[in-house]
Ligand binder design. Structure first.
Ligand code: F6P
Length: 345
């Protein structure tokens, strides 16, 4: 009998998911195995919604954004009934292993499902936020940084023409990877990240100083979870709660732009990049990374390396225990922040 494995994509989508799916299928088919695509994350296993992924089913998907399998945030551990249905369908479809492609939340659930319920699975780290421990990069991040860089480049010319400050709010959840990389690549004048609560007086000082030096415009990149320093908190409680919601972040850019305009007197505008950072075709780097991860994931299943995640370290594809990967978020490297900071003001 042919070996049969499954693959699912769960959590927020990101560019490169289809490249992973294609790579798992191509590697498996080359080995004479069958792949079952589970629709909409864990929901597909709970509901028995799967489709065969043949070689022809994955033709042409490499450059496509999103995921042909769909996604959801359903966590089977939230309900014993859902978990029981997942286990039942796992047997029914005869899965000998499952590739779980997800971010921190999905991989944490995968770890528990493997450890506590003995379902054989391996993980692949996916997120534009690049916040997963044990891997230098997650796929999707490079594409998101490309979008931010392009936006900052475009904002430069309009900021310069109007002598304005442009605040650009970017994603990243609780880490500043996208902000720092996008800020460095786009030549931002200030970059604000969650890892370093910012003093608004310092931000305004930097922008005023630029103006005094004859630089008639500035670009400020702010991560969605960047907080003002508690000694200089300019957000009233109601606004703070609205911006830093547990389930959804967004809005610090608008509050910051208002504050900058008030304290510098320079006309200030805000651009929130939002979901464009997550959509569209993956960059070449992400296509290659996702493909390498997909090939590795199949080989991990062959080797029965359950509870492990594919990762990249010093450009080598390696395996990392899921336990290590989800132990805590990977915060922005200080070295990267220090490089960004050299260009402030
Ligand atoms: O984790 C990826 C991400 O895009 C974050 O950068 C962002 O905060 C979040 O997902 C938005 O998630 P949702 O799709 O639930 O709005």
């Amino acid at each position: 009998m042919k070996k049969r494995i499954g693959i699912l994509t769960a959590g927020g989508d990101c560019p490169g998911l289809n490249a992973v799916i294609r790579a798992v299928v191509r590697r498996a088919v080359a080995d004479g195995a069958e792949v079952v695509g589970v629709k909409n994350g864990w929901r597909g296993l709970a509901e028995g919604d799967v489709e065969p992924l043949t070689r022809s089913a994955v033709t042409g998907i490499l450059p496509r954004g999103g995921t042909i399998l769909g996604t959801s945030r359903l966590n089977p551990l939230d309900s014993p009934d859902t978990l029981a249905r997942v286990k039942k369908n796992w047997q029914r479809f005869g899965l000998e292993g499952l590739v779980v492609v997800g971010g921190e939340g999905t991989l944490s659930a995968a770890l528990d499902i493997w450890r506590d319920h003995n379902l054989p699975l391996v993980g692949i780290p996916k997120t534009i936020d690049n916040d997963i421990r044990g891997t230098d990069f997650t796929f999707g991040f490079d594409t998101a940084v490309g979008v931010v860089t392009d936006a900052v480049d475009r904002l430069h010319s309009t900021a310069e023409s109007h002598h304005r400050v442009m605040v650009v709010e970017v994603m990243g959840r609780h880490t500043g990877w996208i902000a720092a990389y996008g800020g460095i690549a786009g030549g931002a004048d200030v970059v604000l990240v969650p890892e370093h609560p910012f003093r608004i007086s310092r931000v305004c000082e930097l922008l005023k100083h630029r103006e005094e030096q004859g630089r008639a415009f500035s670009i400020v990149v702010v991560a969605e979870d960047a907080h003002p320093h508690e000694e200089e908190n300019f957000l009233i409680d109601e606004v703070r709660e609205q911006i830093f919601r547990h389930d959804r972040l967004g809005g610090i850019g608008t509050a910051l732009a208002q504050e900058i305009e008030d304290c510098t007197g320079i006309e200030t505008r805000v651009t929130k990049l939002g979901y464009v950072q997550r959509g569209g075709s993956p960059s070449p780097f992400d296509r290659v990374l996702a493909t390498r991860f997909g090939v590795k994931a199949y080989e991990m299943i062959q080797a029965e390396q359950w509870g492990q995640m594919a990762a990249i370290r010093a450009n080598e594809i390696v395996t990392v225990p899921l336990e290590e990967a989800v132990s805590e978020l990977k915060r922005l490297d200080e070295e990267i922040y220090n490089v960004a900071e050299i260009f402030f003001g």
